[in-house]
Design a protein around this ligand. Structure first.
Ligand SMILES: Nc1ncnc2c1ncn2[C@@H]1O[C@H](COP(=O)(O)OP(=O)(O)O)[C@@H](O)[C@H]1O
Ligand SMILES: [Mg+2]
Length: 368
């Protein structure tokens, strides 16, 4: 059992990078993080938040400038070699050699980790089985789908059965099926006792995999909660309607208001977009579509969406995920994150927001 009782613990970790034109950037600016053993812990944040830097620091690949970090009960600065013996690391950029088969890749990693030929072969066989790659074992990795390659990458990071596994955006760029395959593989690992620290830009990924989530922004933790707590703060599913023209906006507002059952309705007159949180997504969609049709109101778009990282960010920070650009909540989408094309909606300050709700919203919000 680690001294601190945590599989990963950071206190006030600072990492500075020198910027090209002089000056420096604090990629980690006092990061606090505590990961319980045997769990999946999500590190959720937009591009540039410091996720990869945190993983590289914890995996001893990068020295840091201040604070304290512990992995598997070992001090990362003082005992990097012992830390390395206890961890695995897999990333967005797979280390797989395309010219080799899946089995050959794993045997090669085994040899790199100084397993003898026989043990490397045995371990490769076990891992191929564990990650559902037995049938494809002797195919070239170049023939693998995205999901299969990530699983092979995961398998490679598990050669030494690490106590703590770092996964840096393991599903970024994968199609839904590939993501599902990787999620299953991660669940299997944790069932086997491994602790996983997983970085992601996807709220739904954190929701499905993580027991606990730390939201990170500009190198600092801005929230630490269970996925359910996080979703409660952000609010549930939303219905979104874009009126075809300004004259229909009021009618759309009323229809959405009825479906929202008296909840807050947010209107952005510029984009003619109206949205609100709903309890029953399908019932709400059916009702709004029916009402608007009955009233003859033209609609450009209507749909449902689940809360995204952008919604989390708006709620926690009052701005989108647009990295270093300070923006109000009404100024459209942040850059470069989010799995679906559902960003860009102005988010209103819903009811029941926590005391940390900083979301400003210049959109007109009306209680229906
Ligand atoms: N090698 C580097 N040199 C200078 N700045 C860097 C370097 N790596 C990352 N950064 C900066 O540090 C910040 C955090 O980056 P990173 O940890 O990669 O974030 P994330 O993984 O969350 O996208 C970003 O602003 C990034 O531009
Ligand atoms: Mg990264």
């Amino acid at each position: 059992m680690p001294a601190s009782g945590h599989a990963v613990l950071t206190e006030g970790v600072v990492k500075r990078y020198r910027k090209k034109g002089g000056g420096e950037e604090r990629a980690l600016d006092g990061l606090d993080l505590a990961v319980s053993p045997g769990t999946v812990h999500g590190l959720l944040g937009p591009n540039g938040a410091g996720k990869t830097t945190a993983v590289r620091v914890l995996a001893t690949l990068l020295r840091f400038d201040g604070g304290r970090a512990e992995v598997a009960g070992l001090d990362v600065s003082r005992e990097p070699r012992r830390v390395r013996a206890r961890i695995g690391l897999a990333g967005q950029y797979a280390a797989v050699d395309e010219a080799l088969t899946g089995r050959q890749n794993l045997e090669m990693f085994g040899r790199l980790f100084h397993l003898g030929a026989r043990r490397a072969r045995l371990r490769a066989g076990e891992l191929l089985e564990r990650f559902g790659l037995v049938e494809a074992a002797d195919q070239g990795a170049e023939e693998y789908s995205g999901g299969m390659r990530r699983r092979l990458d995961l398998a490679a990071s598990m050669i030494l059965a690490p106590d703590v596994l770092f996964l840096d955006e393991p599903t970024t760029g994968l199609d839904p099926r590939g993501r599902g395959e990787v999620w299953d593989a991660v669940r299997a690992l944790v069932a086997g006792g491994t602790t996983v620290l997983l970085t992601t830009q996807y709220l739904d990924e954190a929701d499905r995999l993580a027991h606990r989530v730390t939201v990170i922004d500009r190198g600092r933790a801005i929230a630490d909660a269970t996925p359910d707590e996080l979703k409660d703060r952000v609010g549930g599913d939303r219905i979104e309607v874009v009126a075809a023209d300004a004259s229909g906006l009021a009618a759309v507002e009323r229809a959405v208001g009825r479906a929202a059952g008296g909840g807050l309705v947010v209107t952005d007159p510029l984009t003619r977009r109206v949205h609100a949180q709903v309890a029953d997504r399908v019932a709400a969609l059916t009702r709004v579509a029916g009402d608007l049709q009955d009233e003859g109101v033209a609609v450009e778009d209507i749909g449902l969406r689940r809360p995204s990282l952008d919604d989390v960010f708006l709620r926690l920070t009052g701005r989108g995920t647009g990295g270093d650009t300070e923006r109000g909540a009404d100024c459209g989408p942040g850059a470069g994150s989010g799995p679906r094309a559902d960003r860009g909606a102005a988010s209103g300050s819903g009811r029941g927001a926590g005391p940390d709700a900083g979301a400003r919203d210049a959109s007109k919000a009306v209680a229906a």
